[in-house]
Write a protein that binds this ligand. Structure first.
Ligand code: NDP
Length: 297
């Protein structure tokens, strides 16, 4: 049996960022609009600081305005909500992202609900969640959107395929399942209480693993020829004291069986920021009623 095709998320995300940059240039030239992304970071979580830095760097690279707000860990919920209200009203800000997790004294759901739905480029606001579930037009969460783009690029039409999403979080699993349903897949959502998980996975033409458990999905769970999207990002310790990133799928085993598979790193990871930029340019187009400007990217 031939080895799986490796789905190159670095390449695809670079192409998507180029398309976004082109759209940003066009909006500037034709409409004098520069899409703006505001990123709010609370506290000093090192991983969050890295994510925020990368988001800012990529936003500037594609020609957007980037507004960064770094708040102390002990900022009050009221102060954070006041900042968001200001960003909601700022016409130069088209997209607002509050980096999660937030400190425990702040109600994250309340903060998400304070963001204007048309500026909610993360797609976490209940209005956007409802739009995705009911087949309407809203903002789609970045990681599932990026995963879907990779799937469609590899498979073309997904109609009629059996898909399993392992994981049911609000930020990955559930929106991913809705997106696959929208593409006419027959979708199973698996979670920690699912019985006979390997058997469920074996039935699927598309496997999306979003569990947060290093290399949990084994090669003999995969149906021969299936397409595997590994959303997981887990850092594991090596015997020599170093560490490395692995996904939720045992890559060396799965690539012997699958038809195609995303690597970790270099698969879904880079798609998340590219889709954030895509969502910001789409948000700017919608807010300025530039109909058709958000199509095709
Ligand atoms: P969560 O912890 O919020 O959700 C994990 C899900 O996996 C839950 O629904 C849980 O089930 C399920 N699960 C846990 N253990 C098992 C098990 N043994 N068998 C079956 N299901 C199980 O994680 P996220 O959705 O936020 O993230 C998932 C992974 O994706 C993580 O590795 C994360 O780092 C990564 N990630 C990557 C991103 C990227 O940019 N590529 C972005 C976001 C996340 P239950 O609901 O029953 O508890």
């Amino acid at each position: 049996m031939t080895e799986a095709k490796i789905i190159d998320g670095n390449l695809f995300s670079a192409q998507l960022r180029d398309k976004v940059a082109q759209r940003v240039r066009d909006m500037g030239l034709r409409h004098r609009i520069t899409p703006g992304l505001a990123v709010v970071l609370v506290g000093e979580d090192p991983a969050s600081q890295v994510y925020v830095r990368n988001k800012r760097k990529r936003a500037v690279e594609v020609g957007m305005r980037s507004f960064e707000h770094t708040l102390e860990t002990d900022v009050t919920e009221h102060e954070l909500l006041t900042l968001i209200a200001g960003l909601n009203d700022d016409p130069e800000v088209h997209g607002i992202l509050v980096q999660l997790p937030l400190p425990k004294h702040i109600d994250a759901q309340k903060v998400i609900e304070a963001i204007r739905p048309d500026k909610d480029v993360d797609g976490f606001h209940p209005w956007n969640v409802g739009m995705l579930a009911s087949g309407g037009v809203g903002m789609v969460p970045c990681t599932p959107l990026g995963s879907l783009m990779l799937l469609k690029d590899h498979l073309g039409s997904l109609t009629g395929l059996k898909a399993i999403v392992v994981g049911r979080s609000n930020i990955v699993g559930k929106p991913m399942a809705h997106l696959l349903l929208r593409e006419d897949c027959t979708v199973t959502i698996a979670h920690s209480r699912t019985r006979d998980l390997p058997d469920e996975v074996r039935r699927a033409d598309i496997v999306v693993a979003a569990v947060g458990r290093p290399e949990m999905v084994r090669g003999d769970w995969i149906k021969p020829g299936a397409t595997v999207i590994d959303v997981g990002i887990n850092r594991i310790a090596l015997p020599d004291g170093k560490s490395k990133l692995v996904g939720d799928v045992r890559f060396d085993e799965a690539k012997q069986v699958a038809g195609a598979i995303t690597p970790v790193p270099g698969g879904v990871g880079p798609m998340t920021i590219a889709c954030l930029l895509r969502n910001t340019v789409v948000a700017a187009a919608r807010q300025h009623r530039l109909h058709g400007e958000d199509e095709g990217i």
